[in-house]
Design a protein around this ligand. Structure first.
Ligand code: IPE
Ligand code: IPE
Ligand code: MG
Length: 257
């Protein structure tokens, strides 16, 4: 039985979905093709999923496209990926604007080749006034990189007297993260049958529901997204409380607390 869009409760959508788009290389190799062939086809999935999220009215979609560790892959793959990235962004800006989608980027942009930085900067600017789906590309991103940056900037502010150590709260730390403008993901999807986080949003995923599927990223389509969302909607999110408390919260009239 395929998951269908009609079964999704639009009032209980995850506000933010984060996806580790994995399995491009294996998908290609299983077809006797080069890994880049898989990345190339992965773009089709990105299009479909972005469209699917926009249609549903999801607020934020973060896509893990390239990790800090991925720089250590063979040079031809890294170069191919960068070219694909720039090419795709150039081609898609118009569609993003048509669909009111705003592009954001998180990650160490300084590591990207100049032409990629320039192209990205332009796309960010051109979509900056869109108010629909927020599409966050995690590029040259890793959580440990992000946390190290945050600590470095925070330490600098303390040294320069802008911040009191005793005044540091979770909200303060949040302000130093590259995700400061986004709510935490509520649903995290990883494709291709790997059960790990691979340095993705370690802090922000604290209470995300995790969903793993064997589907390789180039095969992942809207119906797979719907299946993940339906699975999410069937879960009880307790945030450390008991099930009874959660049930009571759900039935209590507003303003009870
Ligand atoms: C995910 O697919 C895309 C990137 C990491 C850029 P992979 O390239 O990791 O594919 P597998 O995991 O080797 O199959
Ligand atoms: C995680 O996938 C990074 C991206 C999807 C961009 P990897 O394929 O790099 O992760 P590992 O190496 O399997 O943990
Ligand atoms: Mg992989």
């Amino acid at each position: 039985m395929g998951a269908s869009r009609e079964n999704i409760d639009l009032k209980r959508l995850p506000r933010h979905i984060a996806i580790i788009m994995d399995g491009n290389g294996r998908w290609a190799q299983e077809k006797g093709q080069d890994r880049l062939f898989g990345h190339f086809h992965g773009v089709e999935s990105v299009r479909d999923i972005v469209e699917g999220c926009a249609e549903l009215g999801i607020g934020y979609l973060t896509l893990y496209a390239f990790s800090t560790e991925n720089w250590d892959r063979p040079a031809y793959e890294v170069t191919g990926l960068m070219e694909l990235l720039v090419d795709t962004i150039r081609k898609e800006v118009e569609t993003l604007n048509k669909n009111n989608i705003r592009l954001h980027v998180i990650g160490d942009m300084k590591m990207l080749p100049d032409y990629a930085q320039a192209e990205l900067g332009e796309a960010l600017e051109l979509t900056a006034s869109n108010t629909g789906l927020n599409l966050v590309m995690a590029l040259s991103y890793s959580s440990r990189w992000e946390l190290t940056e945050a600590v470095r900037n925070l330490a600098r502010d303390v040294r320069e007297g802008r911040l009191e150590p005793d005044a540091i709260t979770q909200d303060t730390l949040h302000q130093y993260l590259s995700t400061r403008d986004f709510p935490d993901p509520e649903l995290m999807i990883r494709t291709s049958g790997e059960y790990r986080i691979s340095n993705f949003l370690l802090y922000q995923l604290a209470y995300a529901e995790l969903y793993f599927t064997n589907v390789r990223w180039p095969d992942f389509r809207k119906k797979d997204l719907y299946e993940a969302i339906l699975d999410f909607q069937g879960r009880e999110r307790r945030f450390g409380k008991t099930s009874a408390q959660i049930q009571q919260d759900l039935t209590a009239p507003e303003g009870t607390f």
